[in-house]
Design a protein around this ligand. Sequence first.
Ligand SMILES: Nc1ncnc2c1ncn2[C@@H]1O[C@H](COP(=O)(O)OP(=O)(O)O)[C@@H](O)[C@H]1O
Ligand SMILES: [Mg+2]
Length: 158
Amino acid sequence: MVSIEVHSSSVSQTRQIGESLARWVLSGDVIDLRGPLGAGKTAFAQGFARGLGIHEQITSPTFLMVKSYVGRFDLLHCDLYRTSGPADVEMLGIYEELDAGAVGIVEWGERANGELDAVVVVEFKLSEEGPESRILEFTIRDDSVERFGSLWRIQGAR
Ligand SMILES: Nc1ncnc2c1ncn2[C@@H]1O[C@H](COP(=O)(O)OP(=O)(O)O)[C@@H](O)[C@H]1O
Ligand SMILES: [Mg+2]
């Protein structure tokens, strides 16, 4: 496992970082977004969708738990905030769609109890530096470190 911290100083920068990440994804990949409400997970997912060539407006799927979009890959945007556990996640049918070639971006992915096997986990943290400041800690799965190596060149990485 390799971790890297990226600093964001605005919502548009968080979207840009999400957009950059989308360059290196492959079908079947899951990105797991963690952190408190208002940390910027949905903003990141909006940029990520833009990076997949999706022009449709990405909104929070909180009440539906999963929404799908068509782009360079089919994108499943999930929000597990209201889920009651891994069985719930299975019922969403996302694993079948991932097997069929979709890419998943999952807010509150920790609520799937490790079932997601994400290639990248992004932990969002608020920062003392100011109300619009965020720290995004990327943890990359061992077999995918090389593929996501360019993350080191994202603006704000340290
Ligand atoms: N650096 C930043 N990155 C992301 N969002 C930010 C940032 N600074 C301020 N914000 C604000 O924080 C909120 C994040 O909301 P959202 O992306 O819906 O969070 P989450 O999905 O984690 O609950 C938005 O109102 C956004 O404008
Ligand atoms: Mg959200």
